[in-house]
Design a protein. Sequence first.
Length: 88
Amino acid sequence: MPNTKSAKRRVKRTRAQASFNRIRKSKYRSAIRQMSTYLESGKIKEAKSFLPKFHSQLMKVAKTGVISKKTASRKISRITKKIKSLKK
């Protein structure tokens, strides 16, 4: 149990940050899930139109530090590569 006033504030702040991070991680996972369903079902047109939004969502999550920027870049790169290979 926090004793000082600042410690009490930190507990409150930590809870708030944890909930925001949970929301961000959920958005990240749902974006990946949505993109993978497009790719698995062969909907290349939808996948291509969703790609800019996908890129944006992943970089927003990476910017806040929920996932690392390198992880986001790697996922974006691999998805883009898959879309290009399916196109051919």
